[in-house]
Design a protein around this ligand. Structure first.
Ligand code: RIB
Ligand code: CA
Length: 330
């Protein structure tokens, strides 16, 4: 039997507690090969996001290139980082950080993405779980990028589920709606993992305690600490989450859809983003082949694959089993 090679991923992220969950899931899963990490503003300022990515990799004993990216949205005024959800440091206000080594790649994130994709045409999947400025900047640098990437999977947006920063908008898209619209209309194979599915998967804090108890390692202790802070926020604000003392896994599901696509129900549609006004950040999906008179919905808008339903319990099992495996290098 021929082994299937792992999916090569450039991970674009704003760590962030659920970003940390996603990173450790990706590092733990044999089907994923994280070949680079690019960071953006979002949950924290971009310098903190880069420091967190380096720190999380170092704790896990992984030497993965980390390139720092955009510090603000393409056009809109920046929003304040949500320290009340992720902690001022993005990792639940860690009490201390052990000294680690690891330096940033000197290239801006967009250049790193372009170089990495050009080196391995057709092989790189971009998994993006923050505001989408780095991908938009990479498209500006290399307009041919959509024909060179294998796939884009992004955590962001919502179609039927209520938004989490307004009645219609999800945070990553709202943080940089112009970048998001450029990404949705670029014409690459794109899968959207939005609140329609991430709000169905509530991960108990106890799962991360079991993982930490099992490994007895600073990497999983750090993740457990961060998830405790993050769960306190979600549990206080959403009774369904509070009833199990847990949190939404959001970003980790962008990897679970790669490793376990059978757990998701996808619908194809043309997605655009509202860039201004009260609906700013709304992801609107044209689900029917109707010829609308409104400008912007023409047939040349590419299709996205949008996750509309998920087998939540099976995702939780997959996440726990993967994090429980022997994946930490030191
Ligand atoms: O809306 C959820 C998204 O916003 C996730 O990427 C999370 O990290 C937050 O930034
Ligand atoms: Ca994120």
């Amino acid at each position: 039997m021929t082994a299937i090679p792992p999916t090569k991923v450039v991970f674009d992220t704003d760590p962030g507690v659920d970003d940390a969950m996603a990173l450790y899931y990706a590092l733990a899963h044999p089907g994923i090969d994280v070949v680079g990490i690019t960071t953006t503003f979002g949950n924290v300022v971009v310098e903190q996001a880069a420091a967190n990515a380096l720190y999380l990799c170092a704790l896990a004993g992984r030497h993965i290139p980390v390139a720092m990216g955009v510090s603000q949205p393409l056009q809109k005024k920046p929003e304040a980082p949500p320290g009340f959800i992720h902690g001022a440091d993005g990792l639940g206000n860690l009490l201390m950080r052990v000294p680690t080594t690891g330096e940033l790649d000197p290239r801006p994130a967009a250049q790193f993405i372009v170089d990495t994709v050009r080196q391995s045409p057709g092989e790189i999947t971009l998994v993006a779980v923050g505001p989408l400025g780095n991908l938009a900047a990479a498209l500006q640098l290399a307009p041919e990028l959509p024909s060179l990437v294998k796939e884009v999977v992004l955590m962001g947006g919502t179609v039927l589920e209520a938004g989490n920063v307004s009645p219609v908008a999800e945070a990553n898209i709202w943080n940089d709606p112009h970048a998001a619209d450029a990404v949705f209309t670029a014409g690459w194979p794109l899968t959207m993992v939005g609140l329609d599915v991430t709000h169905r998967v509530i991960l108990p804090l106890a799962l991360f305690k079991r993982v930490a108890d099992h490994h007895q390692h600073i990497a999983t202790d750090t993740l457990h600490h961060a998830v405790r802070f993050y769960s306190a926020y979600y549990s206080a604000h959403d009774p369904a989450v509070g009833s199990i003392n847990g949190c939404y896994g959001h970003d980790v599901l962008a990897f679970v859809v790669l490793t376990h696509p059978e757990l998701f129900t996808l619908q194809a549609g043309r997605v655009r983003v509202a860039t201004d006004g009260l609906a700013q950040g709304q992801t609107m999906m044209r689900r029917k082949e109707v010829s609308y008179p409104q400008h912007g919905w023409h047939d040349d808008i590419p299709h996205s694959q949008v996750c509309m339903a998920v087998q939540a319990q099976a995702c939780e099992v997959a996440i726990e089993q993967t994090l429980m495996s022997a994946w930490i290098d030191i």
